[in-house]
Design a protein around this ligand. Structure first.
Ligand SMILES: C[S@@+](CC[C@H](N)C(=O)[O-])C[C@H]1O[C@@H](n2cnc3c(N)ncnc32)[C@H](O)[C@@H]1O
Length: 472
């Protein structure tokens, strides 16, 4: 099998790497029980958390990454800001020297404002600090044959004031560099994976690669990498249009609207449609052999020694919390109410209130208003894939968005291992990091933060396998 050299940007704790390489020779889809042969080899990776006060080499994600994948002769993990190696301000030679040659660039990058201010001698001038321009710089200098990116699906309709402009700029710049680009919004749970996590996945094939797209519509409907990895049918009409070639004009006046959830761009021509997953439940086993529902990922006996995850329903709060509700508004019956005042006395009251329907009195500079939220179920359904994990999932405090489960009659939060399983990571992948050759324990809240940032590894694995069939 010919080796495919990969650079992993925005690596977090290595979701792309696990999907492409597997873990200790085993596949994510089998929860690391079955052998997995992979041509992909990460040769360089980068991760740095801007919100952390710690130096990059001491940041927890980097400690975890280093522990799982120590630097070797053929691999180096760079734990500092991407801007220090691939700034759009650097010369092409500098970037060429700092980043090794590779066949494929991968990463889950932030959704930011991609507008351009102009074109100068160094190239396109994007807004400072916008990481798309760092990726663009690497592609311009290194021209890897393949690119595989992940983002929130909002990217297809950003910004709100000029729907679709940011993605149009991305497509325009990739076209300029000689890439054909296909994208698809994939909800991992539609394909038998244990989390409802919708993300847009983007693949770009350079014209020098041996992946040739002759019929774009057929490619996205039935022949392409996404179409075979995630069978689908189109629900809506097909839209096609020519992208504006001048990047400044495109940035200032893109008016085609949002991009649909499946599409392709070849030579500046966009063909796209909306699709719905059409995956028979019987084939789910191909995507995730073991863990498909929230109930499948739960630790059982082990939780006896983890009391901090259980909710002491009767435990009184240090102080009663008073909330004022809109007069006549119906709230959860389990809460104590005196007229328009709701009294939250216990930890459980707080969870019920936060997850419940409300119309809460608040005051802004413009005066009094009612903040409204609809009802969510107090506990998560164990017979369904989980809701999306977000970065604030960890810690004991009550929250509207954290998962809460009914565990044999007791309420509890999810353990970091369960969160790892929901993203199809190996168990305890983030338990420890390494610093100065010593193991360092990672806090449960940090581990949950990583999982809120990460992706569902099975999606990447599936794409990697289909992609490799075409490269051969
Ligand atoms: C969406 S997360 C990707 C997570 C990853 N795919 C995983 O499986 O863990 C984006 C990552 O980019 C990192 N990041 C943000 N700004 C960065 C920068 N300037 N340089 C390097 N990494 C950055 C964040 O810390 C975060 O871990």
């Amino acid at each position: 099998m010919k080796e495919i050299r990969v650079v992993e940007l925005f690596a977090g704790v290595g979701g792309f790497r696990l999907g492409l390489e597997g873990w200790q020779g085993r596949s994510a889809s089998s929860h690391y029980t079955l052998p997995f042969e992979s041509p992909y080899k990460i040769v360089w990776s980068n991760q740095w958390e801007p919100s952390s006060k710690k130096s990059g080499d001491l940041q927890e994600a980097n400690l975890v990454y280093h522990r799982n994948w120590p630097n070797t002769e053929g691999f180096y993990h760079y734990p500092y800001d991407l801007n220090t190696v691939a700034s759009p301000e650097f010369s092409d030679n500098q970037v060429d020297d700092l980043i090794p040659n590779h066949d494929m660039l991968v990463g889950g990058f932030p959704c930011q404002d991609y507008s351009v201010a102009g074109v100068n001698t160094k190239g396109i001038e994007g807004k400072k600090g916008v990481l798309w321009w760092n990726i663009h710089k690497i592609l311009k200098v290194k021209r890897p044959k393949l690119v595989f990116l992940e983002n929130v699906d909002r990217l297809l309709k950003s910004p709100t004031t000029k729907r679709g402009r940011d993605f149009a700029i991305m497509l325009n710049t990739l076209n300029e560099l000689g890439y054909v680009v296909e994208w698809r919004v994939i909800n991992a749970a539609d394909f038998g994976m244990p989390q409802r996590r919708r993300r847009v996945y983007i693949l770009a094939y350079h014209k020098t690669s041996n992946i040739k797209v002759n019929k774009p519509l057929e490619w996205i409907e039935s022949e392409g990498v996404f179409a075979t990895a995630f069978p689908c049918f189109f629900t809506d009409k097909v839209i096609d249009f020519e992208l504006e070639k001048n990047i400044e004009t495109l940035s200032n006046s893109f008016n085609e609207g949002k991009f649909l959830n499946a599409g392709i761009m070849k030579n500046g021509r966009v063909v796209m449609s909306d699709f719905k997953a059409n995956c028979p439940k019987t084939s789910f086993v191909n995507y995730s052999l073991k863990n498909q529902l929230l109930g499948d990922v739960l630790l059982n006996g082990e939780m006896k020694s983890e009391p901090s995850y259980f909710l002491d329903a009767k435990k009184l709060l240090k102080e009663t919390i008073f909330k004022i509700t809109q007069p006549g508004f119906e709230i959860d019956q389990r809460l104590k109410r005196q007229g328009d005042v709701i009294e939250l006395q216990t930890e459980l009251d707080k969870w019920i209130y936060l997850k419940g329907r409300k119309s809460e009195e608040r005051v802004s500079s413009k005066g009094k208003f009612y903040y409204k939220e609809g009802p969510l179920s107090l506990t998560d359904d164990l017979k369904k894939p989980s809701r999306t994990i977000i970065t604030s999932e960890g810690g004991p405090g009550a929250s509207r968005f954290k998962h809460l489960i009914d565990f044999d009659g007791e309420l509890r939060r999810l353990h970091p291992v369960e969160l790892e399983r929901l993203n199809m990571f190996p168990d305890n992948h983030t338990l420890l990091g390494i610093a100065n050759e010593k193991d360092v324990a990672i806090s449960p809240a940090r581990r949950a933060f990583f999982m809120g940032n990460a992706l569902v590894v099975g999606v990447v694995e599936r794409v990697g396998v289909e992609l490799n069939k075409r490269i051969i």
